[in-house]
Design a protein around this ligand. Structure first.
Ligand code: SF4
Length: 495
C-alpha cells in the first residue's frame, strides 16, 4: 500500500486575508489515479480536509487539520511507502513537520516528498531539499509526478532500491536526477481520483481558491505549463516554458464524468494559462454547448489576457457557462513589466474586460507590488491603471507583495526571511513591508471608492452575496474566510 498525504493548510496569523487559500490537491489526485491505474493499492490522508476546522498555532502560523497523532493513526500496517505532497510554499511548515513525525513513528517506511509543478504558489524542492532530508525524508520527487510516482512506487514496493537511481526527477541525500521532460499527451492520464478525498468537507467550507457560488465544485487542469518567463514566477523553472494542453473532448469528458458522478455543477480551471490556444478554448465551449451541460466554469488562477483573441471568444465563453476570469496586468509601469519579463497588452486587456462586463463574466485583475527596483512613480502608474480598469468594469483586484519563490529567477535577490513558509503574499520580514502594505491598503480603499462611483449597483450586491455565502468574486469570499480563520485562531491551541 502507498499512502499519499496532503499536508495541513497553513495560515499566517497576522494576515488571514492573503494566506490560507484553499487549493484542492489536484496534482495529488492525479498521482493517486495513476498509481491506481497501475494496480498499486493507494490510500489518501488529507491532513487538511479531514478536519478542516481543527486548528493549532505554531508561532505566527495557524495549521488547520489533523494533528500528527491523528495522521499517524491513519497509516495502515501494510504501508510500504509514504508520499507527502508539497502542495505550495506556505504549507512547507506542515510538509516538513509531517515528514518528521512519520519518521519518528515509522523509521523504516520510506518517505518521499512530491513537488507540485502546476501552480505559481509552488516551489522547487531540489533547491530546498536539505530541509526535507534533515526532517528525515528519503527521497524527493520533482517534475510532473504521475509517471515518475508509478516508477518510484514500483521500485519501493519491490525493494529494488538501485533502480531508483535511474528515475529522472528523483533525488536523495546522495544523488539528484533532474526531470528529463514533461508529459506531452495529457489525454492519456486518468481523471483525478477525487473519490479518495473528503470532497464534502471541501464543499462545506464555502471558500475555495476561486469564488464558490454553488454547493459543490471541482478544480480542473485543462493544460499544463506556461510559455512565458516572468522573473518572479516558478512556472518557467518547473515546466521549461513548455505549454501543453488536453483536447477539448477530453476536458469535457471529465466535466461530464463528474457531473454524472457527483452532480457537480461548478468547475474551477486552475491552469496557469488555459487560453494560450484561442481555438482550443472555443472548442471546449462548443463541446459544453453541444452536450448541453448546464454548468458554471471559472478561470480562477489567472490567464494571459492577450491569448483571448477577441470579443467573440468572450461571448462564446459566457454562453457555455463561464462566470469568472482572472487576469494579471501585474503593474501599471511598462518599465517594470520589462524588468519582470512580462508582456502585457493594455489596449487589448481593456477591450476584453469591457466585453466580459457586458457578457456577465466577473473579472479579477492581479497585481504584484515590491518587485526589485520598483519606485514611487511605478506605484503611481499602478494606481492609475487600477482606476482605469475599475472604470472599464473590472470586478475585483488582488494585490500581492512579491516574495522570493525558490525556483523563480529573483529568488536570490532577497534575504531576511527565517522560514520558507514566510514566503507568501504578505512577506512581513521584508524591510519595506510596511510601506508596501500601506500602499496595498490604500489601493484597495481607492478601488472600492472608484467601484462605488463607476458601478454602484455591483458594489451594493456584494454584502448580500457575502451574507448568503454565494460568492461571485474572491473579494466577497475572502472576508468570510478571514472571519473563520480569526475565530479558529481565537480557540486554537498552541503547539
Ligand atoms: S504568465 Fe508569468 S506569472 Fe503567469 S504562470 Fe506564466 S510565467 Fe508565471
Amino acid at each position: 500500500m502507498i499512502i499519499l498525504i496532503n499536508p495541513n493548510l497553513v495560515v499566517q496569523r497576522s494576515d488571514p486575508f492573503t494566506t490560507g487559500i484553499v487549493y484542492m490537491p489536484i496534482g495529488l489526485a492525479y498521482i493517486a489515479a495513476s498509481l491506481r491505474a497501475a494496480n498499486i493499492p493507494v490510500k489518501v490522508i488529507d491532513a487538511f480536509a479531514e478536519q478542516p476546522y481543527q486548528a493549532r498555532q505554531n508561532g505566527n502560523f495557524l495549521l488547520l487539520g489533523l494533528n500528527h497523532m491523528e495522521i499517524i493513526e491513519r497509516i495502515p500496517d501494510d504501508t510500504r511507502a509514504i508520499f507527502v505532497y508539497a502542495i505550495n510554499l506556505i504549507n512547507h511548515l506542515s510538509t516538513v513537520e509531517i515528514v518528521y513525525a512519520i519518521k519518528q513513528s515509522h523509521p523504516n517506511i520510506p518517505v518521499v516528498v512530491v513537488e507540485n509543478t502546476q501552480t505559481v504558489t509552488a516551489y522547487s524542492l531540489h533547491l530546498v531539499s536539505r530541509e526535507f532530508y534533515d526532517a528525515g525524508a528519503d527521497y524527493i520527487l520533482t517534475g510532473e509526478g504521475e509517471h515518475r510516482a508509478v516508477r518510484l512506487a514500483k521500485a519501493l514496493l519491490s525493494s529494488e532500491l538501485e533502480k531508483i537511481k535511474g528515475i529522472d526527477g528523483v533525488g536523495s541525500q546522495n544523488f539528484y536526477n533532474s526531470p528529463c521532460d514533461v508529459i506531452t499527451n495529457l489525454d492519456n492520464l486518468p481523471f483525478p481520483a477525487w473519490d479518495l478525498f473528503p470532497l464534502q468537507n471541501y464543499w462545506k467550507l464555502r471558500f475555495a481558491h476561486g469564488p464558490q457560488s454553488t454547493k459543490s465544485y471541482l478544480p480542473l487542469l485543462t493544460s499544463r505549463g506556461c510559455p512565458f518567463s516572468c522573473r518572479f514566477c516558478v512556472a518557467p523553472y518547473a515546466n521549461n516554458q513548455k505549454w501543453r494542453s488536453r483536447s477539448s473532448q477530453n476536458v469535457v469528458d471529465e466535466i461530464e464524468f463528474f457531473v454524472n458522478k457527483y452532480n457537480v455543477q461548478e468547475f474551477h480551471i486552475e491552469d496557469m494559462n488555459p487560453t494560450v490556444s484561442d481555438q482550443r478554448i472555443r472548442d471546449i465551449c462548443n463541446e459544453i454547448l453541444k452536450r448541453n451541460l448546464k454548468i458554471i466554469w471559472k478561470i480562477v488562477a489567472g490567464t494571459k489576457v492577450e491569448t483571448i483573441k477577441n470579443e467573440e471568444t468572450i461571448d462564446l465563453m459566457a454562453k457555455s457557462g463561464c462566470k469568472y476570469i482572472s487576469i494579471s496586468p501585474e503593474t501599471g509601469s511598462s518599465r517594470l513589466l520589462e524588468l519582470m519579463h512580462k508582456p502585457f497588452d493594455l489596449k487589448h486587456a481593456l477591450s476584453i474586460i469591457k466585453r466580459m462586463n457586458q457578457a456577465g463574466i466577473y473579472s479579477q485583475a492581479c497585481f504584484v507590488l515590491g518587485f526589485p527596483d520598483e519606485t514611487d512613480n511605478d506605484r503611481q502608474l499602478t494606481h492609475a491603471l487600477v482606476r482605469d480598469l475599475t472604470r472599464w468594469g473590472v470586478d475585483e483586484i488582488a494585490l500581492f507583495i512579491i516574495t522570493p519563490v525558490p525556483g523563480a529567477a529573483i529568488y536570490e535577490n532577497f534575504h531576511g526571511f527565517e522560514f520558507l513558509s514566510e514566503l507568501n503574499f504578505s512577506p512581513s520580514w521584508r524591510t519595506d513591508y510596511h510601506k508596501l502594505n500601506n500602499f496595498r491598503l490604500h489601493l484597495y480603499t481607492y478601488f472600492l471608492l472608484w467601484k462605488f462611483i463607476y458601478h454602484p449597483f455591483k458594489i451594493l450586491k456584494q454584502p448580500l452575496n457575502f451574507l448568503r455565502r454565494n460568492f461571485n468574486t474572491k473579494m466577497e469570499m475572502i472576508p468570510y474566510r478571514a472571519l473563520v480563520y480569526k475565530y479558529l485562531d481565537l480557540f486554537s491551541k498552541k503547539k
